[in-house]
Design a binder for this molecule. Structure first.
Ligand code: UFG
Length: 331
């Protein structure tokens, strides 16, 4: 048995590949390297550069690796703000890419997939913490593209028997604790890496996007989860499908919310740096508060996140940023 990891050179994908290799699993990675980094992929995994929407290429990958029985799919664009400006890019890459992938999986008879969905599928939540059964009404094209992927998966399960687990991540932050792999986006738009780039001196200041939200300190509240904990949830989800269970969705978060100001404060404490900040206008597409109810993953999958303290998460990210101020260029 082998696992095919799509987008295995990206931030969450590379941490999952590392975790899988660490457990002695046979791993095949496909990544276009449009946003991923070859250096992020554990050298014990077999690597192919290519696009998941390129069906002849994907057929070859499956043919050359007949041991593949399950796919973990991370290969998608994931920036909320960019998706507001370029919705078609998101529907094309994320949603159409998924259709092309499922066609090939059905052809070659690989019928298990665990894929990255998102908290952004819920839009503005009616209640927090958010449960899996709550309404999904995205307020940005990124969330919409992922919700469409979930719906396509449901019908593909019914028609072709392709079993899926949709993992709806909340905000992912942190790095491998030894600092050897971490988050490197270009351009970087996420809060914690930007905060730590300011701490490391590669960026002048942090802009806080809005302080007039309906939250205790007026800044957005998010739920942070470490990529190793996410990786473990993917591995448990593959096992769950291999045991013959039905398709379903799980939220992955810590069930605790931190405001943007609280993240800044914790980062100042961890790094000991002042981290200059200025107030900026709201960023379109940002909901006030996103916090996961993640008891379903804990109960059904037996998921036990190890990084349950925001200072610990920030420490791991700081180790990466302090030693790689220019990301993978420094490796
Ligand atoms: N923020 C700032 N300044 C910055 C960058 C971000 O104030 O320079 C704020 C944002 O406005 C938001 C918070 O920090 O309030 C977190 O923003 P991120 O860009 O780090 O993360 P998002 O919450 O927008 O998005 C992330 C993932 C999405 C996912 C979403 C679900 O990138 O894929 O979490 O919670 F859908």
């Amino acid at each position: 048995m082998a696992i095919l990891v799509l987008g295995g050179a990206g931030y969450i994908g590379s941490h999952t590949v590392d975790r899988l290799v660490d457990r002695g699993v046979d791993v095949v990675v496909v990544d276009s390297l449009v946003t991923g980094h070859r250096a992020a992929v554990n050298s014990k995994a077999k690597f192919y550069q290519g696009d998941i929407a390129d069906q002849p290429f994907m057929r070859d990958v499956f043919k050359e690796n007949p041991a593949i029985d399950a796919v973990i799919h991370f290969a998608a664009f994931s920036l909320v703000a960019e998706s507001m400006k370029k919705p078609l890019k998101y529907f094309d890459n994320n949603t159409s890419g998924m259709i092309k992938l499922l066609e090939v999986m059905n052809e070659v008879g690989v019928k298990k997939i665990v894929f990255s969905s998102t908290a952004a599928t819920y839009g503005i939540p009616e209640q927090v913490p958010i449960k899996e059964s709550d309404p999904q009404q995205p307020i940005n094209p990124y969330g919409e593209s992922k919700l469409m992927m979930e719906k396509i998966m449901r019908w593909s399960d019914q028609a072709y028997g392709i079993k899926f687990i949709a993992l709806r991540y909340f905000n992912v932050a942190g790095a491998k604790p030894d600092g050897s792999i971490g988050e490197d986006h270009n351009p970087e738009t996420h809060l914690l890496p930007i905060v730590l780039q300011v701490a490391a001196g590669t960026r002048e200041k942090l802009q806080i996007f809005g302080d007039d939200y309906d939250t205790p300190d007026g800044t957005n509240v998010r739920d942070y989860v470490h990529p190793f904990d996410l990786a473990d949830a993917h591995i448990l989800a593959v096992d769950y499908l291999r045991q013959g269970h039905d398709s379903t969705a799980f939220n992955l978060g810590s069930s605790t919310g931190f405001s943007n100001m609280e993240i800044l404060k914790a980062a100042r404490e961890v790094t000991g740096k002042p981290i200059p900040t200025e107030l900026a206008p709201r960023r379109p597409g940002d909901p006030d508060t996103l916090i996961a109810a993640s008891d379903k993953a804990r109960k059904v999958l037996g998921w036990k996140p190890q990084f349950d303290d925001i200072h610990k998460i920030i420490e791991t990210a700081w180790k990466w940023h302090a030693t790689h101020p220019n990301g993978y260029q420094d490796r």
